[in-house]
Design a protein around this ligand. Sequence first.
Ligand code: AMP
Ligand code: MN
Length: 320
Amino acid sequence: MRIKDEAAHANTIGIGGHIRPDGDCVGACMALYQYLVKVFPNKRIDVFLEQPADVFSCICGVEHIRTDFCTDVESYDVFFALDTAKERLGGAEKFFADAEKTINIDHHVSNPGCGDVNYVDAQASSTSELVFDVMDMEELDVEIAKAIYIGIIHDTGALRYSNTSPKTLEIVGKLISFGFDFSEVIEKTFYQKTYVQNLLLGRALLESIQFMDGKCVVSGLAKKTLDFYHADSKDLDGIVSHLNQTAGVECAIFMYQTGVQEYKVSLRSKGNVDVAKLAVFFGGGGHVRAAGCTMKGTFHDVVNNLSLHIERQLKAAGIL
Ligand code: AMP
Ligand code: MN
């Protein structure tokens, strides 16, 4: 699939990504937005996302994101869903449903493809990598390259996770040849944390519990703690990966309270536990080593429900 061909006959084009957008989602959406604006200067192009974290304000065009999910376009000729299936488009789900033609670009193993045209590859490091694939290299510029780079960096843990392939690195090589300060981009968008983010990470680590013979680690933050620090989900990025770095741990669980007896759960695995399977069972999705879902119950209910499945998988793999 080529974006230029798929969107050639459209007058109005919309783009949406998943709720609580992460670096890959923001990078992919903004790279595609910039590309379409550049290639089709006379078309109407809108991008819809929930407000991204402040660190992504270095991406060109973020001020154009329609975070209020308002538009005067009745129905888009083409609508792109990036880094998700349609169910997690949030306020953009209605635009996707009403569009003449839908295109889905994603790398979640839990997404079979929900568009009229699908470019879904669970082997890809990131949706940003897939967005690069379907663009014409001669149309890229330094700002588009930077947005794609940010997406790849965030979904590969700065090119560290096993989803980083030779192809990913080849693409990154091409991207950094555009000449942006890639070192600063990694430092400022990926590693740098606010003081509050560090405090929350500290609390989560301090209060974490290792169980199942050290193969699992869990931590959670209650709503009152987040309120005390005036924090939201954007301040919790990276905590679950940190927990998963614990020696001996096969599966890490981090959850934060989103309501009465309701938690947003993030799961990470070293590879022997398929956390996508787990997340899908509880109504979420993701990848083998990184997945998420929302679960009802107390902190202990959530741990108990997840543990049962983790234990089964570890026993089947002969690790427990
Ligand atoms: P998280 O731990 O929430 O950052 O998510 C880890 C991975 O799982 C990301 O690729 C998310 O896009 C994906 N993910 C998280 N929650 C869900 C969900 N409810 N449905 C589908 N995918 C999810
Ligand atoms: Mn992604």
